[in-house]
Design a protein around this ligand. Sequence first.
Ligand code: M6R
Length: 606
Amino acid sequence: MCGIVGYVGSKECTEVLLNSLSKLEYRGYDSAGIAVFENGEIKTRKAKGKIADLVNKMEKEGTLSGHCGIGHTRWATHGEPSDVNSHPHGNANVTIVHNGIIENYKKIKEFLVRKGYTFESETDTETVAKLLDCFYEGNPLQAIQRVIDEVEGSYALGIMFKDYPDRIYAVRKDSPLIVAVGEGESFIASDVPAILKYTKNYYLLDQDEIAILKPDGVEFYDDHGTRIKKQMHIADFDEEAAKKGNFPHYMIKEIHDQPSAVKTTITPRITNGMPDLTECGMTYDRLKSYENIFVVACGTAMHAGLVGKYVIEKTARIKVTVDVASEFRYRDPILSEKDLVILVSQSGETADTLEALRLAKRNGADTLSIVNVKGSSIARESDMVLYTHAGPEISVASTKAYMVQLSVFYLIAFALAYANEKITEDECRRLVAQLQEVPDQIEAIVAKPDDCQYVASKLVNTENLLYIGRGLDYALSMEGSLKLKEISYIHSESYAAGELKHGTISLVTEEMPVIAVATQRELFDKTISNVKEVKARGAYVVLVTHEGKDVDPDAADCVITVPSIDDLLMPMTAVVPLQLIAYYTSVLRGNDVDKPRNLAKSVTVE
Ligand code: M6R
């Protein structure tokens, strides 16, 4: 939520800031702004809307020229999206950009008002800028230390002090921030793609560490003001991986990335045909020791966990509880040191998932995270981490991250089942071999989008829709439904097919299309009965199933088939048509596919 950037160096900084911000727009796009040192003065430009609106505004009002500056792209929390609430905030002496939420901003504001400060915006951020100004007595480091002692909440801050026109100061707590270094230049950014055009070398700022960026290098200090050394990281993907290439949207590019993302994620974790999770310390003995497993995540990552639950319970016969992170952290869960809590997150920064992790650790449970972004907070704070290797996922609607999360859950399930002697070595090898076939199958589905485009053309004017399925298909239909609603703005619900008759079927008319997923052989006939029930009530029905299934021609209006594989693994292939249907429907409705309204990719506030 919100992206921040900063630059010090010989380049024209407005150009660098705008380029870097454009790579972070997925984090929020309610407004954008920059501040630049121009002739020793801090000058700002800001505009409601996307970065393109800021650029247009600067074309009319004049651009800024300088070599040191900060920038922001906003997902509004305090105060509506407007020019005045846009960052940067501050005054002629101190100006900041902020990602996070200051929880005690009202108290700080009252204190500052008593001191004579006035406020222009409704934001929490402006109070931090003015508090810095209030505490500043010529030493920026000391002012920042005093401010971090006072503020409660989360923050990643980029700060400019008028007295230091060639420096950026940065500090963070519970919101991500990297500090990157190039030849004679340095950068701050909320995420790695923002700096890849200029450098691959970066540092991860830890809680309450302070960085001072100067043209000739970066200095790091702890929260007591003691200078510290930090380890440099090198980004493991380049600028091209974070670009759309020839695709019209990131989402469709990322759907196409899925086969290689799965291969890259599973290959290093298969040794002699068997799952091997020892890279993170997860041996068969350790796997055997757990009594209960909890999966905690949000949104799509939680949906991956639901598939994980079915697969682990079915193969390893261990109880798995799946929780939405925002519920888990407040429901006082019963945890012990014999439990494993698996946290799933693409960004590794989701505030509720991070807090759920901390809660699990406080209660003595073992924690394992499945995370895509290297060095993110959840990855760093968990006992064990299995990185998914999907590369950068830019589209707000998650696709390839879900796919690789599933692939890791399968490896965990097969390893658990084998460790607990619930499957033989031969069966384990067979399942792993089937998993290795999935990338080619996804490739084949993605290559033929015609049926999904046709379904999208039928759904484009609908306002409500139901997804139904049983067992694994139900877990999958939840993801299909979320994908459709978040980018097409069509209201959709997913329902356990067998539950329809207990109320929801009253909604079914010719105005209510139904997408039914039926890939589980033992449940197929039962789901088809439910499909017929909705068809009989006038619904336009799309059925997603696997090739070779004999489907009664009257059962559905459109049948989409995917290659056949072990039932357990079907979610990995059957999700692809659901992703494509959502994508093409959004395109036909003329929506901003990659940046759907009101959303941000990385939800760093609760
Ligand atoms: O970064 P995370 O995986 O923790 O994010 C969790 C959700 O915010 C995310 O999956 C969200 O639901 C997506 N927009 C869905 O496409």
